[in-house]
Design a protein around this ligand. Structure first.
Ligand SMILES: Cc1cc2nc3c(=O)[nH]c(=O)nc-3n(C[C@H](O)[C@H](O)[C@H](O)COP(=O)(O)OP(=O)(O)OC[C@H]3O[C@@H](n4cnc5c(N)ncnc54)[C@H](O)[C@@H]3O)c2cc1C
Length: 569
């Protein structure tokens, strides 16, 4: 048994930033991560991070109030306005702090941090480092974590929370390198495990974005909020769904259909290609569904050729490489075939603006959390921002929480018993002669999510999807372990986490079916308008051990200075 005052699960931007804040306050903090922090999905982020610096010649009048307004409107007013205001205010200091820590932001000629236009934003406020922003931010925070000598346990798969008398007191991990389960006790745990994109078959996310932190909290009784809101990015590569950043359109790229038309003028005459993602993705899908895809196929073109080789090489070298290697297309010479692809998880573990969940001792930050600053649809560039702003705030609040504790000794018996439970479960899985193959079930589940809970939803399709998910959940009982070795058994991880992924899928499905309106990324063809009278509220999903599928409840949205309007772009 290992003990630290604070355990942070996840070494992406949010986990690193939380750990840095706690460590700077003198707290003994450790990071546990399934992969080395440098390999976290944050490193794949391309386009940029928002802050109203006002550096762009067209953005001199930008303010944090305008940033908060754009965020609220972008989220179709399901955003908690106090949280959006806090994030927009904190953003400016966060960027300069990252700059001072050595983050390689691109610059204007006068030396100030460069900014580019991004979707749904009234001003060019997206700060970036080429099209590799996540990589630069992540490496900057990893350096800071090393500098502060934060203890990192890498290749530790956190499998369960240790909960004693309703208080979180640590985690049980599968130690991939040594094989076996270990309990880590702590006085507070911060979950920072990223999104759950891999519950969809058409995702831009890393293979490890399976939502494990979300279902661990859910299984421990913590509610998940607004899970029906799943973002589809307008431009993933046609054959692989690998992301082509919104920055490509921010730099002036066009979306073109099979008739050669810049079709966005029909859907968002003012913002055109830089309308928010929900609107742009639905517009692309409408073009495809109505037969105006390129060559009658299921894609449209992202055309960058008019930007010229120099600008593409200078500002978008990363996506050019990806397009060449994964689609066989050089954007300097040819337009890129793109389709809407699952990209971001607006919902997640219910937290307040300081990352605290309803369970004492348990915090969450980053994509796994729902504060909520994104509401029904996240704006591009606001997620990297959320990770650092709320990672930092969670780290600071954990320190305050520790000061309130009179007894700082986690219950060793509970910790030991939780680890034993995991050992027992693996033994049982290993002994089972499974008749079902977990990878077949996984493919069926992810395809169900894509087909039944995508850009356009309706009651009949969603009900049919729930039937499929329930049958998959039943069949999970007949899955066994194909390989029982204990060292680096990734098969074991994929098997153990699968049922949790199905539980998350059921939260999306049930939440989407219940919400009889269209708001942001949740669009129902059978209820195609926003219904503020009945649905201006967050969905909460609670785990029920004896019943498949969640118990749904609701929570009011925190309103503020921004009055509800119809969303037009
Ligand atoms: C391709 C791509 C491009 C993007 N571009 C942008 C952009 O330009 N701007 C923007 O604002 N947003 C962007 N986003 C979104 C943004 O990058 C992510 O939402 C954000 O980086 C998530 O950070 P995180 O810290 O929450 O989690 P992650 O960076 O996903 O890190 C999760 C961490 O948790 C660990 N972990 C997970 N499960 C476990 C477990 N069970 N046990 C132990 N450790 C675990 C992992 O090892 C990892 O270290 C992009 C996303 C993608 C996929």
């Amino acid at each position: 048994m290992i003990h630290h005052d604070v355990i942070v699960v996840g070494g992406g931007l949010s986990g690193l930033r939380a750990a840095i804040e706690a460590k700077r306050a003198g707290v003994d903090v450790a990071i546990l991560s399934q992969v080395h922090p440098c390999r976290s999905h944050s490193g794949a982020a391309q386009g940029g991070i928002n802050a109203a610096l006002g550096n762009h010649p067209d953005g001199a009048d930008d303010t944090w109030e305008k940033h908060a307004f754009d965020t609220t409107k972008g989220g179709d007013y399901l955003v908690d306005q106090d949280a959006a205001i806090q994030m927009a205010k904190d953003a400016i200091g966060i960027i300069y702090e990252m700059d001072h820590w050595g983050c390689l932001f691109s610059r204007f000629n006068d030396g100030r941090i460069a900014q580019r236009p991004f979707g749904g934003a009234g001003f060019p406020r997206c700060c970036y480092g080429l099209d590799k922003t996540g990589h630069y931010l992540l490496h900057t925070l990893v350096e800071q974590a090393y500098r502060l000598q934060i203890k990192m346990y890498v290749e530790q798969y956190v499998a369960k929370l240790i909960v004693h008398d309703g208080v979180c007191q640590g985690v049980v991990t599968y130690d991939m390198i040594h094989g076996g389960f270990e309990s880590f006790t702590a006085n507070a745990v911060v979950i920072a495990t990223g999104g759950a994109g891999r519950t969809y078959s058409n995702s831009t996310n890393s293979i490890i974005s399976t939502g494990s932190g979300m279902f661990m909290a859910y299984h421990a009784g913590v509610p998940l909020k607004d899970m029906e809101f799943v973002q589809f990015h307008p431009t993933g590569l046609f054959t692989t769904n690998i992301l082509m950043t919104e920055g490509a359109r921010g730099e002036g790229g066009y979306l073109v259909n099979g008739l050669g038309e810049r079709f966005m003028e029909k859907y968002a005459p003012k913002f055109m290609e830089l309308a928010p993602r929900d609107i742009t993705a639905r517009s692309i899908q409408t073009e495809i569904n109505e037969g105006r895809g390129v060559n009658g196929q299921g894609y449209v073109h992202l055309d960058l050729r008019h930007l010229g080789a120099e600008k593409i090489l200078e500002r978008l070298p990363g996506i050019r490489d990806l397009a060449i290697h994964f689609e066989g297309v050089d954007p300097i010479e040819e337009p890129i075939p793109v389709v809407p692809s699952q990209h971001y998880w607006m919902g997640g573990i219910d937290t307040n603006v300081d990352g605290a969940t309803p369970m004492p001792g348990l915090y969450a930050a980053g994509e796994c959390a729902c504060v909520s600053v994104h509401g029904a649809n996240r704006l591009g560039g606001n997620s990297l921002l959320e990770t650092i702003v709320f990672g930092r705030r969670a780290g600071a609040d954990v320190v305050r929480y520790l000061e309130t504790l009179t007894d700082k000794r986690p219950n060793a018996r509970t910790a030991f018993a939780t680890a034993q439970l995991m050992e027992q479960m693996i033994d049982e899985l290993g002994a089972k002669n499974g008749t079902e193959n977990v990878y077949v079930l996984r493919a069926e589940m992810t395809e169900t999510m894509k087909e039944h809970y995508g850009l356009f939803r309706d009651e009949a399709t969603m009900k049919a999807g729930i039937e499929k998910l329930l049958s998959i959940k039943e069949r999970v009982k007949n899955v066994g372990l194909r390989w029982t070795g204990r060292v680096f058994n990734v098969d074991m991880i994929r098997t153990v986490e699968f049922e949790g992924m199905v539980d998350l899928a059921l939260c999306v499905a049930e939440g989407a079916l219940a919400r009889t309106e269209s708001r942001g990324a949740h669009f129902r063809t059978d209820h195609n308008t926003r219904d503020d009278v009945n649905w201006l509220k967050h969905t909460l999903a609670y785990y029920r051990p004896d019943t498949p599928g969640p118990r749904l409840d609701a929570k009011p949205v925190t309103l503020g200075p921004f009055e509800l309007q119809e969303r037009k772009y």
